[in-house]
Design a protein around this ligand. Sequence first.
Ligand code: UT7
Length: 330
Amino acid sequence: MPTKITAAITAIGGYVPEDKLTNADLEKIVETNDEWIKSRTGISERRILKGEGKATSDLVVPAVQQLCKQRGITPEDIECLIVATVTPDMFFPSTANVACQKLGAKNAWGFDLAAACSGFLFALTTGASLIESGRYSRVVVVGADKMSSIIDYSDRTTCILFGDGAGAVLLEPNKEGFGVLDSILKTDGNGGKYLNMKAGGSLHPSTIETVTNREHYAMQEGQAVFKFAVVGMADVSYELMERNGLKAADIAWLVPHQANKRIIDATANRMGLPEGKVMMNIAKYGNTTAATIPLCLWDYQDQLKKGDNIVLSAFGGGFTWGATLVKWGH
Ligand code: UT7
């Protein structure tokens, strides 16, 4: 019986806004069509957070409230809140800070973590380390992005991809070997030129020119990112399997970042997994950046069984990428 402390996922919360942006809606805004979008990406619609004064923290709050309800705790029981996002409410204070205040999580400290589409995996490993250290017993890890706030709705190559949402997990100590068991996480700054938001930071502070040049929007060279993503996500997932002595038959679920169905299929193929073992909700939410993986867990939670080996896998801006092995504990 293992005595080592691991970080088990003991509750899941999720939130997507009600407003939908369908492929038919996009056909009216840019030159595109439903057939192209579905066949190239697998996306049918996305959710958009609308309303004056609404920000990423407004996605985080309902997801965390739901998680607390599921576990029968209150926000005051949370010790640390980590928010993975590239669309924070503001540069500072952090979105975690704002969300704690809105939640009434008076006993928590927290911070934001920026690793784009891999943000949730980076945050999950960080949160798990806090639990494994023995110092914390209730850490909440959230992936949340209001992508609609940085999307150029005149750029058909990006606006068809992204949506808004948030997913959250509660981590608690476990001594039976369940929870986050292993991670391989990677970064390569050479990828920065293919996927970024140029202005607004200390390199190019906001000016009239940066606004006029549309430099406050996400820019992606889709084909270049695609080539790296297909190889990167598949390789790291396979490496994680090998390192843990797992065969395809030992894995219950692949939980892939939802950027493009073709990238997901390539990863599943490399791992030898049939489609029935792959969590997929890209059709209804699109790419919600840091939120895709916890939103998949949220959608599929009823199908998870104690002891299931689950591989979470992501690739995104930075470049950042990685894979995490979780043994489901309840
Ligand atoms: O989550 C972060 C990481 N991001 C990713 O993993 C995304 C990776 N990239 C992709 O998923 C794909 O590259 C895209 C979905 C973004 C684009 O798909 P693609 O198959 O790589 O298309 P493409 O860029 O090679 O464009 C093919 C054609 C072009 O026309 P021509 O030059 O062949 O005449 C584009 O102009 O499709 C055209 N096109 C469109 N047509 C209709 C580009 N966007 C659209 C559009 N509707 N929205």
